[in-house]
Design a protein around this ligand. Structure first.
Ligand code: SAH
Length: 363
C-alpha cells in the first residue's frame, strides 16, 4: 500500500499546507499546484523549476500521478477510450469525445459499480472500489495530455460528464472534492457549469446537491416509466421508487438557477421500455410531478452478455413524438465510440484487440 500523499487530489490551499508541513514556504505549494493541475505534469522529474533536493524530498512523501494507462482505443468517430489501472491494480476507464465546438470527457467515479442495472455492462464487474478525488482529477489530466500534448491548452472548451463507470452519488464527497479542485483558475479551470453528473437515483444525495451553491449540472437515469419495470431494470428503484425519486427531482428543480441544466436519461431497449403506451406513461409521470427537465433518449449500446437490443430509429422517433406532443422537450443522443466499447454502459474494462483503429499503448 502506497502511503505517499497523492498531490493530484489536493486543492491549492491543501497543497500549501502540505509543503509547509515539510518545512517549505507557501509559494512552493502554489508552484506545485500549477505544475500538477495547469502544466499537467505527472512526475516530479519534469518539474525542473523546483530545486533538486525538494524534488527528491517530494518523491519520498508524495506522488504526482497514481494511474497508469494500460491501453488506449481509438474509435472511427474520433472517440478515445482509456483503460487505466490504479496503483492497487483496479481498472478505471475514461472516454474522450471530440465534438465540433467542444470536447467532452466522460470520467468514472468508481472502479466497477455496485448497482445492478441489467442493461449496463459495468454492473457485471460489481463494485471494486470507489475512486479518490485524485484519481478522478487525474483521468482528466491524462485525457487532455493525450489529446493535445502535455500542458497544451485545449483549443475548444472542455465539458465533463460523470457518466463513466460507477455511481457518482455513492462517492459523493470525492466527487465534490474533485470538481472543486478542477474548478481552480490556476489549475485545470473546468468550472462546475461545464460538469454534469448522472445518478441512478440516490435520493438523499439529490437533496444534498440541491443545497450546494457551486454545483455541477444534474442528470437522472430513468430507463422506465413504472416501478414494476424499473424495479427489474434498475434494482436501486426498490430502495428509492419513482414517487420518491421524482419528488426529490421536483424539489431540486425548484432550486435551479438560470443557465443550469437538469435532464433525464432514458435508455431505449427494444421491446422493453419503448412502446407508445410507455411514452405516454413517462410523459404523464413527469407532468404529474410538474417536472420541466428535458429527456435525453439514449439508444441502447449493445454488448454480448446483455439481453437487450437497441430500439429501431423509427421507434425512437415515435417515442420522442409522443413525449413532445405532451410538452416534454426530448433529444435523441447519438452514440459515440461503440466500436471500441466506449459508449454508455459499455465500460467493463474490455481489453479488445479488434475494432477500427485499436491502438494499444503501455502506461
Ligand atoms: N450510475 C450513474 C452513472 C452512469 S451513467 C447513472 O446511472 O446515471 C451511464 C448512463 O448510461 C446512464 O444514463 C445509463 O442509463 C446509460 N446506460 C447504461 N447502460 C447503457 C447501455 N448499454 N446503452 C445505453 N445507455 C446505457
Amino acid at each position: 500500500m502506497d502511503k505517499r500523499t497523492d498531490l493530484v487530489g489536493l486543492s491549492q490551499a491543501e497543497l500549501v499546507g502540505f509543503v509547509q508541513q515539510i518545512g517549505e514556504p507557501a509559494y512552493r505549494g502554489r508552484q506545485i499546484f500549477a505544475a500538477v493541475q495547469h502544466r499537467r505534469l505527472r512526475s516530479f522529474d519534469e518539474m525542473s523549476d523546483l530545486p533538486k533536493a525538494l524534488r527528491e524530498r517530494l518523491r519520498e512523501t508524495a506522488t504526482a500521478s497514481t494511474l497508469t494507462v494500460e491501453s488506449r482505443y481509438l474509435s472511427a468517430d474520433g472517440t478515445r477510450r482509456f483503460l487505466m489501472k490504479t496503483h492497487d491494480n483496479f481498472p478505471v476507464e475514461t472516454v474522450f469525445i471530440p465534438e465540433e465546438r467542444r470536447d467532452t470527457i466522460c470520467f468514472s467515479s468508481q472502479s466497477g459499480c455496485p448497482l445492478q442495472c441489467t442493461f449496463c455492462l459495468t454492473a457485471q464487474l460489481g463494485l471494486l472500489r470507489s475512486l479518490t478525488p485524485g484519481e478522478i482529477v487525474e483521468q482528466i489530466i491524462i485525457a487532455l495530455n493525450d489529446a493535445y500534448g502535455v500542458g497544451e491548452k485545449p483549443p475548444r472548451g472542455t465539458n465533463l460528464v460523470g457518466m463513466g463507470a460507477g455511481e457518482p452519488f455513492l462517492n459523493f464527497d470525492s466527487l465534490l472534492r474533485a470538481t472543486r479542485i478542477m474548478a481552480d483558475p490556476q489549475g485545470l479551470f473546468i468550472v462546475p457549469h461545464r460538469v454534469t453528473v448522472s445518478t441512478a437515483g440516490v435520493v438523499p444525495r439529490i437533496r444534498e446537491l440541491a443545497t450546494i451553491p457551486d454545483r455541477p449540472h444534474l442528470a437522472i437515469s430513468l430507463a422506465a416509466p413504472t416501478d414494476e419495470l424499473r424495479d427489474v431494470l434498475m434494482p436501486i428503484n426498490k430502495k428509492w421508487p419513482l414517487e420518491e425519486l421524482l419528488g426529490a427531482c421536483r424539489e431540486f428543480e425548484q432550486t435551479l438557477k438560470a443557465g443550469e441544466r437538469f435532464t433525464f436519461e432514458y435508455v431505449m431497449l427494444d421491446g422493453i421500455n419503448d412502446s407508445d403506451e410507455q411514452a405516454r406513461q413517462l410523459a404523464n409521470l413527469l407532468n404529474r410531478h410538474d417536472l420541466h427537465a428535458k429527456v435525453n433518449l439514449i439508444p441502447h449500446n449493445p454488448a454480448d452478455p446483455l439481453p437487450y437490443q437497441p430500439s429501431p430509429a423509427t421507434r425512437v422517433e415515435m417515442f420522442k413524438g409522443i413525449l413532445e406532443s405532451k410538452g416534454i422537450h426530448t433529444f435523441v443522443r447519438k452514440p459515440r465510440g461503440r466500436d471500441i466499447f466506449a459508449a454508455c454502459g459499455q465500460l467493463a474494462a474490455v481489453t479488445q484487440t479488434v475494432g477500427l483503429g485499436a491502438n494499444s499503448q503501455g502506461g
